[in-house]
Ligand binder design. Structure first.
Ligand SMILES: Nc1nc2c(ncn2[C@@H]2O[C@H](COP(=O)(O)OP(=O)(O)OP(=O)(O)O)[C@@H](O)[C@H]2O)c(=O)[nH]1
Ligand SMILES: [Mg+2]
Ligand SMILES: [Zn+2]
Length: 289
């Protein structure tokens, strides 16, 4: 029988197959393999009773996200708040690059729209122009929850984003009865603690799985070559082919069509400046690899 690991607790792997979950141990032989089983892994299981089994084999992984550690994710919903905490474009861009580098499709979601009233933060409009989908929601009023639900349907999803933006609250609104722990942001910051700790794939009533994850206030870029970074900016794509130089980094090169598009306002200046910021970081860290 094949299934997906949705949770790993106390040496056991909980494997979902059909509508059921089996508590499984793992064969010693694979336990020693380099590729430790992780949440999201597709596995073959031999049943050893009504609710128990043994993981016999880990099937090949499509991808692996590092923070949180989870395999075979289709889509990452990167969540920020309109305020409390204020969104940071640079941090959002770091999340997007991390997700793209793991070969996962990003979706952007801004929560706490009830707090924005009629004045949404200026930076949101910059993301409307990226080519990535942008969903506006409020876990409190339910605004936009239907779009978010449709977006998660029938996929393996992770929710990512800083602590306190309302990732767990959104899932609670999306699927009443979940009762995930949510927290008061000021208390959390004071204690330096997160509300959500472990990684678990939660089955959605309408189809699909979603992992709520602990918030990260910082995202390290993965090891990247400088040439791949521009490819993670969908809004550069239609211009990049018109740059004078092949493999243009849209940095110091002359006759760069992307820089021209930024000057004309076709590509967001904010996104471009953050891109330069990350590019310099990538170039700096290349020396260490
Ligand atoms: N006004 C308002 N507050 C919200 C909304 N969503 C969440 N909150 C509040 O924001 C705080 C943090 O919510 P959580 O759901 O715990 O945030 P989280 O992203 O899961 O945080 P971590 O688990 O620490 O990563 C809580 O006090 C929530 O009540 C919203 O749409 N509007
Ligand atoms: Mg949480
Ligand atoms: Zn260029």
């Amino acid at each position: 029988m094949d299934g997906v690991i949705i949770k790993a607790v106390g040496g056991f792997y909980f494997v979902r197959a059909g509508d059921r979950v089996f508590r499984c141990s793992i064969r010693g032989k694979i336990r020693l393999q380099k590729s430790q089983a992780m949440v999201g892994d597709m596995v073959s299981v031999i049943l050893m009773g009504d609710d128990d089994g043994v993981v016999e084999k880990i099937l090949p992984r499509r991808n692996e996200l590092v923070r949180p550690l989870i395999a075979n994710v289709d889509q990452a919903v990167v969540i920020f708040a309109t305020k409390q905490p204020d969104p940071s474009a640079l941090l959002l861009d770091r999340f997007l690059v991390q997700v793209r580098a793991a070969e996962i499709t990003p979706v952007i979601c801004f929560n706490k729209f009830d707090l924005a009233e009629n004045e949404e933060p200026e930076l949101i409009a910059h993301y409307d122009r990226t080519g990535y989908p942008v969903i506006r929601v409020s876990a409190k009023t339910g605004q936009g929850i239907e779009s978010l639900r449709n977006c998660l349907k029938d996929r393996i999803n992770v929710l990512a984003g800083p602590s306190g933006v309302g990732k767990s609250s959104l899932l609670n609104t999306l699927q009443p009865g979940l009762e995930l722990q949510t927290g008061d942001i000021s208390l959390k910051l004071r204690r330096g603690k997160h509300t959500t700790r472990h990684v678990e794939l939660i089955p959605l009533e309408h189809g699909g799985l979603v992992a709520d994850t602990p918030g990260f206030s910082n995202v390290d870029l993965p090891a990247l070559k400088r040439e791949v970074l521009p490819g993670y900016y969908p809004e550069f794509n239609s211009y990049a082919g018109q740059c004078r130089f092949n493999g243009c980094l849209h940095y110091r090169e002359p006759e760069c069509a992307v820089k021209e598009a930024v000057r004309k306002g076709h590509v967001s200046m904010l996104r471009y400046q953050n891109y330069l910021n990350l590019l310099e970081e990538v170039i700096e860290s290349e020396r260490r690899y």
